[in-house]
Design a protein around this ligand. Structure first.
Ligand code: SF4
Length: 135
């Protein structure tokens, strides 16, 4: 059994509390407050304590869905990515890059949120990026 503690930042709000994600054999099992973190000093609110819960939730979507005639249909990642890329290209060609906005989520890791804003700025060419933590 291999146990690791991965340092990160809670992404639920702009406070930026420090957390340690505990994994056993590569599976995320708990969130622990980082005592040495300068912002939170070993404290988390209830949302921070439960950061890991959604990752292992049976309700979590694991396959892409495409809305066809008003219904969501399971599809492959390749098809979903192609459809999305084609739609983004069409919209940018027709209305310009600032017609696109990227809204990211506290249910993504800090690192995933960083990559999403990079995609918005470097690929789509827009600064229209926002995050639910700001609301
Ligand atoms: S633990 Fe609570 S206060 Fe701290 S960043 Fe997360 S949501 Fe915000």
């Amino acid at each position: 059994m291999k146990c690791t503690f991965v340092p990160s930042i809670c992404s639920y709000c702009g406070t930026g509390c420090g957390v340690l994600f505990e994994t056993i054999d590569g599976k995320l099992i708990s969130t622990i407050p980082m005592k040495s973190h300068p912002v939170s000093g070993g404290k988390l609110c209830i949302k921070g304590w439960n950061l890991h819960e959604h990752i292992n939730s049976p309700m979590r979507l694991k396959k892409p869905l495409v809305k066809t005639f008003g219904r969501f249909i399971n599809t492959s990642w390749d098809e979903a990515i192609q459809i999305t890329a084609d739609r983004f290209k069409d919209i940018i060609e027709k209305y310009g890059p600032d017609s696109i906005g990227v809204l990211v989520s506290a249910k993504m890791s800090n690192e995933e949120n960083y990559l999403a804003q990079k995609l918005a700025r470097a690929v789509f060419g827009t600064n229209n990026v926002d995050h639910c933590a700001r609301l």
